[in-house]
Ligand binder design. Structure first.
Ligand code: NAG
Length: 203
């Protein structure tokens, strides 16, 4: 039973008045029975006004005023804990569980959306990962390079280039030799040596 407290007070006053004067057909919202017993007992400051009838305080409802009510109602499967306070399921937040919430947030411009009731980051094209935390390098990062920002590889020592594909020889390869891995030259015939500096003797 739900009645406003103003109605309750008015009714009590009416009952007190009825006690001193004989009732003259005054319509009372409900009858307050001082010997009333409510089982289970009224909760959350509800008042037992008749046998097994509780008058609930504001914010509560139910047979024994056991349920808090939330206005607006808790959305997305949220549970009303106390008046106006929802407990939200994972993936939802906000006062009424009306907002999608991605744990840890969505980085780099990603947006949190509900997909089949599950919160999920939708990432901009150059980012990926559950929180859009991983950059995408379309060119690939080779030789142990790491993609640190969209299209940007961080290369290990000895490698350069957009995809870490260019070996670095600290001292250049001579005589047309080619640097094929860090400090390693591939020499053209008839040269050899670490930097292709030696001419191989021909017989
Ligand atoms: C309320 O319940 C009690 C005990 O269960 C009973 O004696 C009493 O008559 C009831 N009152 C009314 C108004 O029915």
């Amino acid at each position: 039973m739900r009645l406003g407290s103003a109605v309750f007070l008015a009714s009590l006053l009416a009952l007190c008045a009825a006690g001193s004067d004989p009732p003259r057909g005054v319509a009372v919202g409900f009858v307050f029975d001082p010997n009333a017993a409510c089982e289970p007992p009224c909760e959350h400051a509800g008042i037992c006004i008749r046998n097994n009838t509780c008058l609930c305080g504001s914010g509560y409802e139910g047979e024994s005023c056991q349920h808090a009510n939330c206005h607006p109602k808790c959305k997305n499967g949220g549970v009303c804990l106390r008046p106006g306070k929802c407990r939200c399921p994972a993936g939802f937040g906000g006062r009424y569980c009306h907002q999608v919430a991605c744990d840890g947030g969505c980085w780099n411009g990603g947006g949190c959306v509900a997909v089949n009731g599950v919160a999920k980051c939708i990432c901009p094209s150059s980012w990926t990962g559950s929180e859009c935390q991983e950059a995408i390098c379309p060119q690939g990062c080779r030789n142990g390079g790491i993609c640190v920002a969209p299209g940007i590889c961080s290369c290990p020592e000895g490698w350069l280039g957009g995809a870490c594909h260019t070996a670095v020889c600290s001292r250049p390869c001579l005589n047309g030799g080619k640097c094929i891995s860090p400090n390693k030259c591939r020499c053209r015939s008839p040269f050899s040596g670490p930097r292709c500096e030696e001419r191989v003797k021909s017989h």
